[in-house]
Design a protein around this ligand. Structure first.
Ligand code: MG
Length: 203
């Protein structure tokens, strides 16, 4: 399986990092070794002093597809969950300054914890899904899909032109504002429409 992630997909987050608003989705990938499942802890790597949490809605792909047509895009995922796109912001900053790829800042071991997935039937309107992240019991990030620059349909149509999607692939759809540094001992909890679906301890 592979993890495809979209960057700069919420205007307020683009502003907080002083990034440019993209005209097409910003796409990057993480390998399977980035995945953390079932509430396993995240072990803070020694190579970064500025690991940020980015809570994101995650789509689980249910069948193979490339050049997916917009009208059928919704049939290519059957579950939605939450994940954290852990980002070594200090390393990413250096990569960006030099115009280099982001992988070492974005795709390192354990950089993609995911929680429980819920069937799409739980979500009557993909354009109005609420989610939030608490860190140590305090609200730190809050998002709603009405604020996405590129919605689920656009993301699937776009990424499937370049990468054939296969059953079990995950698509991280971008983070809202409020990203911040995590430290050893922090406790991250993600909520999807008020239901707790993600739990990550930083060790
Ligand atoms: Mg992200």
């Amino acid at each position: 399986m592979k993890i495809i992630a979209i960057g700069r997909n919420y205007a307020a987050h683009i502003e907080e990092l002083n990034n440019e608003r993209p005209s097409e989705p910003v796409v990057f990938m993480k390998p399977e070794t980035a995945l953390i499942k079932k509430g396993q802890p995240f072990y803070h790597p020694e190579f970064s002093q500025d690991i940020h949490h980015e809570v994101e809605l995650v789509l689980k792909i249910n069948k193979e597809g490339k050049y997916i047509q917009r009208e059928f895009a919704h049939t290519y995922f059957d579950e939605i969950g939450l994940g954290i796109d852990f980002t070594a912001r200090d390393i990413q900053k250096k990569c960006k300054e030099k115009g280099l790829p982001w992988e070492i800042a974005k795709a390192f071991n354990g950089s993609a914890p995911v929680g429980e997935f819920l069937p799409v039937s739980n979500f009557p309107d993909f354009g109005n899904i609420n989610f939030h992240l608490n860190v140590n019991g305090k609200l730190r990030q809050k998002g709603n899909t009405s604020l996405l620059l590129f919605d689920f349909t656009t993301i699937l149509a776009y990424v499937s032109k370049f990468f054939m999607l296969k059953k079990g692939d995950l698509i991280f759809t971008g983070t809202p504002a409020g990203v911040g540094k995590v430290s050893v001992g922090d406790h991250l909890e993600g909520f999807l429409e008020g239901k707790k679906v993600l739990n990550v301890e930083i060790k």
